[in-house]
Design a protein around this ligand. Structure first.
Ligand code: BG6
Length: 504
């Protein structure tokens, strides 16, 4: 069995370069980016000449910043497990010995001229870990100060976090604005779902095995369910969430990525353009969602049951920084149609929400019922539907559900399950999910990053239900925190005699 670090070690080291993190004083950098860089160093994938420059406006010294990084890496190693049970001081010292802090405003040219001096002729990845309103201004200044200029020996790339726009028009405008300063090959639009091993595994599973693909179409599949359920509420992000909501936060990005992985045609190679062409093609075949095919929900107070104990949960409107009359959805379910030869007539149901009964992300492929003439004495509702579930998180693996004969003299059928668990076969990766993405950007591989057209397709699909001014926006329904989401989401499926897989 290969450990993830061993398999990563088969890769080559990334070329020398500097990672410049705008907003490096923020939460994302501490919790995920620095731990990911540390893990890459432990796997020996960073050049000896790799360094980090943190740009932030916060008034602090390099020492304060490093102390904060130390606190969160200790937390990361103790809670999530890293490349060792204990922090590898040698690797940590190497990383922190090469971190420089530049204090400055993201909107002032002088910050960029200082940065330019510090970078000289070195290659650089600019990571925009800043609020979305700064994406445009930062990239404009990277462009106008010449920081985007590449030469034969020096690459310049920009990683942009989500949210990428807040609707179709703003995403188009942002794409156009970025392209005024950068080439498409310099832009890395990140979606952290694509850093998840199990998401990448969807393509491996589909295209490296002979027996799934022949069944993967409208002749054999009845429908597909994609679920991303969370138990957390909005926590301290009330202000952000009020203007965002579950649709913008999860659907055009994470859920569309999952959907395109499961529905795309086989690319001609794993080359970035080949993969991204297929993803974009399948997204462009999806019809914009309509009012009757979407459900928006918001959680009201409820509770989590934990044995005999019940933990009371407040409703969304009682969360900090949320308005008492908020119309923001914390849950969404949609029925989508893909108009192409492979999927015509096969509904794709997607749902995501906060404060649900359990945390799980999965894709369930529901196959068509087999002809049951042979089992006419077995009541139809007792025939177990064939379902293949791709478990993305927190458990990682695949389950197949099918019927088998119950032992005994008569022919009776019972439902059984066959399960592949990642952790039984591969040593679990100590990963933030950002290692692969950062490494890929350092080596210039855009396969796992979103191209402009896919982002715009994602927004186009959800655009009708985004605005309260739109006649297509469905009314808000309510659901109790800690349960399964609104009843109306069940009706979305029961209209065609289907059911969501239970959340448990
Ligand atoms: C983020 C959203 O992009 O993804 C969060 O902004 C959400 O609201 C998170 O909780 C879910 O990510 P994961 O990896 O926990 O499924």
């Amino acid at each position: 069995m290969l450990s993830p670090t061993q398999s990563l070690r088969r890769l080559r080291k990334a070329p020398p370069g500097v990672m410049v993190i705008f907003g490096g004083g923020g939460d994302l950098t501490k919790r995920l980016l620095i731990p990911a860089i540390y893990n890459l160093d432990c796997a020996d994938l960073l050049s000896d000449e790799f360094s980090v420059i943190v740009v932030d406006w916060a008034e602090m010294t390099s020492e304060t910043l490093l102390a904060q990084f130390r606190e969160s890496i200790d937390d990361f190693v103790s809670k999530r497990g890293s490349c060792a049970a204990k922090l590898k001081e040698e690797n940590w010292d190497r990383i922190t010995g090469n971190i420089q802090y530049i204090r400055g405003s993201f909107e002032e040219e002088s910050t960029y001229t200082r940065l330019k001096e510090a970078l000289g002729e070195q290659s650089a990845v600019f990571y925009l870990a800043v609020a979305a309103r700064f994406f445009g201004p930062v990239v404009d200044l990277i462009g106008s100060t010449g920081l985007a200029q590449e030469t034969e020996n020096c690459s310049r790339r920009v990683i942009i976090e989500k949210p990428f726009g807040s609707d179709l028009n703003s995403a188009k405008e942002l794409n156009a604005r970025l392209l005024r300063s950068l080439g498409e090959t310099q832009i890395y639009r990140i979606d952290h779902y694509l850093g998840k091993e199990t998401v990448q595994n969807i393509l491996a599973l589909r295209f490296s095995n002979g027996f799934f693909e022949p069944l993967w179409n409208r002749d054999n599949i009845d429908h597909i369910q994609i679920t991303a359920a969370e138990t957390v509420g909005v926590e301290r992000r009330g202000r952000f969430y009020e203007s965002t909501g579950a649709i913008r936060d999860m659907v055009p990005n994470h859920l569309m990525q999952l959907l395109s992985m499961v529905a795309m045609e086989a690319p001609t190679s794993f080359d970035a353009e080949a993969v991204r062409n297929e993803k974009s093609k399948v997204l462009s075949a999806i019809q914009p969602v309509t009012r009757e095919n979407a459900v928006r929900g918001q959680y009201v107070s409820g509770s989590f049951k934990n044995g005999d104990h019940a933990e009371a949960l407040r409703g969304y409107r009682g969360e900090p920084d949320v308005s008492m009359g908020s119309e923001t959805e914390t849950y969404v379910a949609m029925k989508l149609r893909i108009d192409n030869w492979r999927w015509a007539g096969v509904p794709f149901y997607i749902r995501t929400g906060k404060r649900l009964r359990c945390r799980k992300t999965e894709i369930a492929i529901h196959f068509k019922q087999a002809p049951y003439a042979l089992f006419r004495d077995t009541p139809v509702d007792k025939l177990t539907p064939n379902i293949m579930v791709l478990h993305i998180q927190p458990t990682e693996g695949v389950t197949m559900q099918f019927s088998a004969k119950v032992p005994g003299p008569s022919v009776r059928l019972g439902g059984v399950r066959m399960k592949f668990d990642y952790s039984d076969w591969f040593q679990e990766g100590p990963s933030t999910g950002y290692e692969t993405l950062i490494y890929d950007c350092l080596i210039g591989d855009q396969t796992l990053f979103q191209r402009a057209d896919s982002i715009e397709e994602g927004w186009r699909i959800v655009q009708p239900v985004l605005s309260q001014q739109s006649a297509e926006q469905p009314p808000l329904c309510f659901y109790a925190a800690g349960l399964d989401g609104p009843r109306e989401a069940d009706e979305l499926l029961s209209r065609s005699r289907r059911k969501w897989l239970p959340l448990k």
